[in-house]
Design a binder for this molecule. Sequence first.
Ligand code: SF4
Length: 272
Amino acid sequence: MSEKKHLSISQLNMLSFCGEQYRRRYILGEKRPPGVSLLVGRSVDDSVNANLGNKIITKELLPVEQVLDIARDTLNHEWEREEIFLDEKEKILGEKQARGNAVDKAVRLSELHALKLAPSINPTHVQRKWEIELAGYPVDLLGFIDVQEGSKAIRDTKTSGKSPAKNAADTSDQLTIYAMAAYVLDGQIPEKLTLDYLVDLKTPKESIIETTRTVDDFKPLLARIENACTVLEKGAFTPARQDNPLCSPKWCGYALTCKYHRKINNSYIEGE
Ligand code: SF4
């Protein structure tokens, strides 16, 4: 492993959304408690990884009840392990009810994946670690591919409360960077790249969005990385615009102490 600093796709995305948020998190090292949605996503990911990991080793999926137990146990463990950020609605519900709802959601979405997606996935890797050395750049790239089906597909599991945009996979820098990682590791880009959305509607449903990438798609990504390196070297951390809904206390843990964020009555609380 190289001694250079590493840049992940989530760091790159944070830097391009809000340089100030990146500065607080990665330059000053100020961590903020995760929100409930993040915990649900982690719990579902753990259950999916265990289920598909078992399929790689034994060719069989785990019993569904075991998959659901993993989601439930992960959420409860994470909840007890660290402070959780509750939004205003969750505070009104109370921590006990908010936690119960989060467990139910993680179990629902894990079951959806176990029943509707996992049977047709033929994984060769889960959470495949990769590193790309960027000669001449001050950083290297580092990350994990959620699920890979050899040369057939790269898949990323997402949890969401609403259906994704039809072009979500086409516009995903995350999938582009995973395609580049597979190209470096395996010498080829898998035939398709998919976002496996588990959507928590009244009746939860899966939404699988497919796309492809070619080596030409790497050039704009590398240009973004080059730009990120310039920003990091100069320390030119541009704040997000406040009319972006993500620049709010609801979605940004730094908003209450952010010098760029203007306080606005009650709408300030919900970030709308
Ligand atoms: S409140 Fe807005 S400007 Fe401040 S760190 Fe958060 S996203 Fe960036």
